[in-house]
Design a protein around this ligand. Structure first.
Ligand code: NFS
Length: 671
């Protein structure tokens, strides 16, 4: 029997989502929200206390002193489960990076259709970082050598992997001393799977050490490679005008939603929508053209570069189909719910899988191949256009928000200083003076077990009031976008006085959208460059900064948390911890959980904590920031000292209508 359901308002704070959830109820259709209400999670599995790694079990250990059949203790079982999750998350990001590196290689050798090297400056910069000669060489020659270097990081056996050199000297020494430098990206994942096989590593601290090695291979390896190659091929993001939420779908156009993670196919589809042949084809079918929108991180990839509208974050994938207005949902890899196919059967929507790694029973498979990228992109669009005539009644909510995304670390550097004096100095000075109390990175997923977007946006809004500059990626950034936090002039009245002065003087929104989850590597780069700029200590663990994933759900999030902690950051997760969670009943179940905070803090200066209450998250964030300020000898945060700079430019701007103000601040015109 169906369990008690939350109301649409309890399921999501987003008005568009609420409308679609009401629609789902009217039609008697399920969504992840209703399935979450119907599914009681297993509390033993939730605490990481179920071991099913061999055929003697599964063993469920629920009492102090109890072990598995082989004698494995609670801490060993939890560490193995967590370690395997981190390896899976690191694999997803890193395999994405590998595919990007192979695409770069193919572009360098003229083996693709439609791809070019769009950002030669970034190519030269990245190549020079890795001591690849650039003078007198063509972009393709450089790209070929860089691609080889990147590809080699996956199969390397002895390491350390080369991107580690982008960390601070102090951090590199910590990793070397603790012998956690990844030897090769694939090697660390295999090592983790090996040592968690039955009868291998049975010391939880030692298993967690491998978790760190594997996660570092993601953050400073696969993810960093993924971000760099995406920028080289598709352009380094800079501010652009975009829109977010289901209201971006159009009644008079063929709506194609791209969902997943990799930018290669979605970039090509974005280009193909502008092709005269496709426009003519759509017009012949009775539509005005093709309207492309994104879901999840593939949306972020094309939003931050081209301003392609975002239909929503993770929990919007089913809701977009419920509008009845989507001709095709084109998916590649990661975060794709199998439920899409069943749901789509109630509408005309075609679910099209495109990756050699992902098929879904009942979906149409049109496999992507970069050698014929443009041809395949057009075929996919024609399939969607052919489906337009099948469209029935549509229910598109009219909710959408403007936003300005595109804050790559290169752009942040540039905007703070301009072309000739690009530097992080103004940001560091802002923190040192106390105008900016500290920095928070709010990242990660939606989780249908909590109210969609509430934790993400509540924490962001509370921190902004406290003069904390917020940077975001992934589905967290889309939540902020839908709430209107990614537009400076819309949100500055809700921002603390010091932060407001900085945003007004520099011309930035108080929440900076830095890209997809793979682009969390940009946050590592920003923090490292802030340290290099001077005045904020000699490593990330001294910077007054915190990372938060209030609504996490994926294994990728656990990998991100681990590499951020190993890089020195304090990381707070909402929801429940995958290790522990039964503290009232068993003390032993807390050993690994405590190790992730206290043990890792001793080793790396960063720590991971699980805090379900959002106000508690805000308090812990501010306490950490203030402690780091005090340790650096910076003045105590005092909001009364700022907010009266009387910056004349801002006073003039305030007289302009909103649309002109935006253009004047960001150099980006409104629609
Ligand atoms: Ni990140 Fe992006 Fe979203 Fe979570 Fe999934 S889309 S990679 S895992 S749900 S933020």
């Amino acid at each position: 029997m169906a369990k008690k359901q939350r109301t649409p308002q309890e399921k999501s704070i987003d008005p568009a989502a609420q409308k679609m959830l009401i629609r789902a109820d009217e039609l008697g259709l399920e969504t992840a929200f209703s399935r979450a209400d119907n599914m009681a999670p297993c509390n033993i599995g939730a605490a990481g206390l179920c071991c099913k790694l061999c055929g003697m079990g599964p063993c469920r250990v629920t009492k102090d002193g109890q072990t598995g059949v082989c004698g494995a203790t609670m801490d060993t079982i939890q560490a193995r489960n967590l370690g395997r999750s981190i390896a899976a998350g690191a694999s997803a990001h890193s395999d994405h990076g590998r595919d990007m590196a192979f695409t770069l290689k193919a572009v360098a050798n003229d083996e693709t259709e439609g791809f070019v090297i769009r950002d030669v400056a970034k190519l030269r910069n990245v190549a020079a970082t890795y001591d690849i000669p650039i003078e007198g060489r063509s972009p393709k020659e450089i790209a070929n050598e860089l691609a080889d270097l990147f590809i080699a990081q996956f199969g390397s056996q002895v390491g350390p992997i080369v991107p580690l050199k982008r960390a601070s000297q102090k951090r590199q020494k910590i990793w070397a001393d603790r012998k956690v430098q990844p030897r090769g990206i694939d090697r660390e994942v295999v090592d983790m799977l090996h040592r968690t096989h039955m009868g291998d590593d049975q010391d939880y601290e030692h298993i967690m050490e491998q978790a760190v090695r594997t996660a570092l291979a993601d953050g400073w390896g696969g993810s960093m490679i993924g971000t760099d190659v995406s920028d080289i091929l598709f352009g380094t993001p800079a501010p652009v005008h975009g829109q977010a939420n289901l209201g971006v779908l159009k009644t008079d156009m063929v709506n194609v939603v791209v969902h997943g993670h990799e930018p290669t196919l979605s970039q090509m589809i974005a280009a193909a929508t502008q092709d005269p042949e496709i426009i003519a084809y759509a017009k012949a079918a009775g539509a005005k053209g093709v309207n492309l929108a994104g879901i999840c991180c593939t949306a972020n990839e094309i939003l931050v570069r081209q301003g392609v509208p975002v239909a929503g974050n993770f929990l919007h994938q089913e809701l977009s189909i419920l509008t009845g207005a989507v001709e095709a949902m084109v998916v590649d890899v990661q975060c794709i719910m199998q439920a899409l196919v069943n749901l789509a059967e109630n509408f005309h929507t075609k679910i099209i899988t495109t990756s050699s790694k992902v098929k879904i029973k009942g979906a149409t498979h049109m496999e992507f191949d970069e050698r014929h990228a443009m041809t395949i992109a057009k075929d996919i669009l024609k399939t969607a256009i052919d489906n337009f005539k099948e469209r029935g009644a549509t229910h598109i909510p009219d909710d959408k928000q403007d936003l300005i995304p595109g804050f790559s670390h290169e752009y942040i550097n540039y905007m703070l200083g301009g072309s000739y004096r690009a530097s992080f100095r103004p940001l560091n000075d802002g923190i040192i003076s106390g105008r900016i109390r500290g920095v928070a990175a709010i990242v990660g997923c939606n989780n249908p077990r909590s109210q969609q977007d509430y934790l993400l946006t509540h924490v962001a809004e509370e921190l902004l009031k406290q003069d904390v500059l917020v940077v975001e990626t992934g589905c967290g950034a889309i939540a902020a976008a839908k709430k209107g936090l990614l537009l400076g002039e819309a949100g500055l009245d809700k921002v603390g006085p010091g932060l407001r002065e900085i945003c007004e003087a520099v011309g930035i929104p108080p929440v900076l959208h830095m890209g997809s989850c793979v682009d969390n590597s940009r946050i590592l780069t920003v923090l490292t460059q802030m340290v290099e700029e001077g005045g904020l200590g000699d490593d990330i663990d001294q910077v007054p900064a915190v990372g938060l994933a209030p609504e996490w759900m994926s294994e990728k999030a656990l990998a991100i948390a681990t590499y951020c902690v190993a890089s020195g950051a304090y990381v707070i997760f909402g929801g429940s911890s995958p290790v522990g969670g039964m503290p009232d009943r068993i003390d032993e179940s807390d050993i690994v959980l405590n190790y992730l905070s206290k043990g890792w803090e001793e080793a790396y200066g960063g720590k991971l904590e699980f805090i379900p209450d959002p106000d508690e998250m805000v308090r812990a964030t501010l306490a950490h920031i203030d402690k780091k300020r005090a340790d650096l000898g910076l003045p105590e945060y005092d909001p009364t000292r700022f907010g009266k700079s009387g910056d004349t430019r801002m006073l003039e701007l305030e007289k302009l209508p909103l649309s002109e103000r935006r253009e004047s601040i960001y150099g980006v015109a409104a629609d």
